[in-house]
Design a protein around this ligand. Structure first.
Ligand code: PBG
Length: 321
């Protein structure tokens, strides 16, 4: 055959393949989320996703000591509390698990960036991210609560706050509150396009959330693509330092759109249901776990994410060593 282009020339050996590789997975761009609970000596794994850890503050040193060595630079903290109420009181507890965990990590791991989830759902008795009046989410009152929560975390030493609630105007309000209290360098990682997805169940199970109803009046409709750009514009205007798409693998088109339009770094959240599917698929013999994990994370980066939040960050970083 008389072919001018033979694409296989660039695939003929490992050296040339490595030279022309377009996307790279590196541990520094993986963010490791985990849950902190009350008590001592607690270290639990989610039954569908063993890499999703819920531990007490005294176990954090053990959990994170390999993380730093593996090249992980950032963690995201979620709080797990027993006592929940309609006002999410637990979110503002100066001695709650998240507040204590931030101080613990900052004192033992000076090079880690500590991000904290900013949302009320671990603390409300109905499992929603917002405060309610009758059946209605109170947007502006919820935003005030999120500002208070962000300030508490910044005071404890969190370098990044990460609002995951999808209330309107929260990025601007949190930026204003942080600046007014001289936390000008505290970063905001915004869940910019967060969809009302079925993929959050292992997460909710860990938090013991029995959600009443659904989150469709604040999280985005999985059918919408253009609307994510509106959220992107608003978040950037309001001061988001990093924008995030969530979930990741079923939303690669949204990540690709952000790649074109976002002036700030892009993160994607490889959520609990996505991680659990990898576990189950590998257990069923459908694919090799290690290869499936790396291919999933690579694909999220190829679509345009700079950073990937994943419970499997440590496992992936080990494979990348
Ligand atoms: C809620 C929140 C959720 C997740 C992160 N923050 C669940 C939800 O919106 O109900 C899900 C993460 C995951 O499934 O891994 N503030």
């Amino acid at each position: 055959m008389d072919l001018i282009q033979r694409p296989r020339r660039l695939r003929q050996n490992p050296s040339i393949r490595e030279m022309v590789r377009e996307t790279h997975l590196v541990p520094a761009q993986l963010i490791y989320p985990f849950f902190v609970c009350e008590g001592r000596g607690v270290f639990k794994r989610s039954k569908h996703l063993p890499d999703l850890i819920n531990c007490s503050v005294d176990q954090i040193k053990k959990l994170l000591s390999p993380a730093e060595k593996l090249g992980i630079k950032a963690v995201v903290l979620f709080g797990v509390v027993q006592k929940k109420d309609s006002r999410a009181s637990g979110a503002f507890n100066k001695n709650g698990p998240v507040a204590n965990a931030i101080r613990e990590i900052r004192s033992h791991f000076p090079n880690l960036q500590v991000a904290t989830d900013i949302a009320l759902d671990p603390y409300t008795d109905h499992g929603h991210d917002g405060l309610f009046k009758n059946a209605e989410v109170l947007n502006d009152e919820t935003v005030e609560a999120l500002c208070k929560m962000s300030l508490l975390h910044a005071e404890c030493g969190a370098q990044i706050v990460s609002p995951s609630d999808m209330m309107d105007g929260r990025i601007g309000a949190i930026r204003g509150a942080l600046d007014a209290h001289d936390f000008k360098n505290t970063m905001i990682l915004s869940y910019t396009a967060k969809y009302a997805s079925c993929l959050y169940e292992p997460f909710r199970e860990t938090l013991d959330i029995k959600l009443k109803g659904d989150k469709k009046s604040y999280q985005m409709d999985p059918a919408n693509r253009r609307e994510a750009l509106k959220e992107l514009m608003l978040d950037v205007d309001e001061g988001a330092d990093i924008v995030m798409v969530k979930p990741a693998l079923w939303y690669l088109d949204i990540i690709a759109d952000f790649k074109v339009h976002s002036p700030v770094p892009i993160a994607a959240y490889h959520v609990s249901g996505e991680g659990a599917m990898l576990e189950l698929g590998a257990k069923a013999g459908i694919f090799d776990y290690d290869r499936a994990l790396l291919e999933s994370l690579l694909s999220i980066k190829r679509a345009g994410a700079d950073l990937v939040v994943t419970y499997q960050a440590l496992a992936a970083a080990k494979l990348l060593r």
